[in-house]
Each structure stands twice: as structure tokens, then as C-alpha cells.
Write a protein that binds this ligand. Structure first.
Ligand SMILES: [Zn+2]
Length: 180
């Protein structure tokens, strides 16, 4: 995994947060590119004034928008990496209202969720249909507002060791990227 432009204090956190994922899904992580990206001040201003901070997401997976990219490309909002305590507070609040699964560490959650987008856009049409058929709104978390986000939430929870219907199902769909 190549990690670009993350501040020094976050770099170690990101790398160790990926340990479980790298050990269990080596084919997924080996050629991945992860970058900490600062959000330009004008965009932050527009977000604060017109979108109530809703655009201030944790991260995004470029493969969701550009599914033809051959490797996972994950951009993490550097604003969250700069201030780990703020990130932790927001994530713990999200967990407390079941908006996100409790993965024990916000960066671990973010990384696994974003990698799952790559899995989702690259799985077979048959597998995707299967996941869609089992999809229920807001399961396994409040953020699961469509089948793709539901899969990403389930995969992140699965890597963190959570169990339950969706967490137990996710690894079957990610099996192609598992142990060599
Ligand atoms: Zn997502």
C-alpha cells in the first residue's frame, strides 16, 4: 500500500490501522494508493455556510466515481487527520447513534469502508445483485442508505470482528481479495 502526503502523526496511525486489513486481504491492499488530501479553504467556507458542514466527509474512494481504475485509490480528508481527538469524538458520536459500526478506531473504520467501495464496484454483476436483494434500508448502520454503502459498512464491521447478519455475509463477497 502506498500512502501519500499524510502528516507524520497520522501516517503511523493509518499504517497500523491497516494491519488487520492487509493481513486478511493482501490482494486488495497491495497496490492501493491512499492519500491525505487537504480541502481548499474556499470549499470549506462554502460547505460551512451553505451545506452545514455536510460536505466535510471523512474520505472518499475514487473507484466509486471512476470504476475503471485498476487499483484502489482512497482520499482521506486531511482536516480529520490533523485533529485526531476531533475525529475520535465525531466517530464515537456516530457509533453511539448507530450511524456507523463500532470498529474500535475511526481510521480503521474509514480505511476499511473505503476499500469496500473498490470491492463493490469490482464484484461480479451476479454478486452485486445478490447483495442488493438482501439489502435493507439502514442496515447494518444508519449510514447504509443504499446497497453499496450498506456493503461498505458491513465490510468495515467484519474486518473489525463484528458479528451479525450483514457482517457475517460481507466476507463472502470480498473473498477474491483474501488469503493468497
Ligand atoms: Zn462510502
Amino acid at each position: 500500500m502506498i500512502l501519500l502526503a499524510a502528516i507524520a502523526s497520522s501516517r503511523q496511525r493509518i499504517m497500523s490501522a491497516c494491519d488487520d486489513l492487509k493481513a486478511r486481504y493482501p490482494l486488495l491492499t497491495r497496490r492501493a494508493i491512499v492519500a491525505g488530501v487537504p480541502i481548499p479553504a474556499p470549499i470549506q467556507w462554502i460547505d460551512r455556510n451553505f451545506f452545514k458542514g455536510q460536505l466535510n466527509a471523512y474520505a472518499m474512494c475514487l473507484n466509486h466515481w471512476l470504476p475503471f481504475l485498476p487499483v484502489p485509490v482512497i482520499l482521506i480528508n486531511a482536516g480529520w487527520l490533523d485533529d485526531h481527538s476531533q475525529l475520535k469524538d465525531r466517530y464515537l458520536n456516530d457509533v453511539s447513534i448507530s450511524y456507523h459500526p463500532d470498529c474500535g478506531c475511526p481510521i480503521k473504520y474509514i480505511i476499511c469502508h473505503e476499500f469496500a467501495h473498490f470491492i463493490y464496484v469490482n464484484m461480479s454483476a451476479k454478486s452485486r445483485r445478490q447483495w442488493e436483494q438482501g439489502y435493507e434500508h439502514a442496515q447494518p448502520s444508519g449510514y447504509s442508505f443504499n446497497p453499496e454503502e450498506s456493503f461498505c459498512e458491513a465490510f468495515a464491521g467484519h474486518v473489525a470482528g463484528l458479528t451479525g447478519k450483514y457482517y457475517d455475509e460481507a466476507p463472502r463477497f470480498a473473498a477474491d481479495y483474501g488469503q493468497e
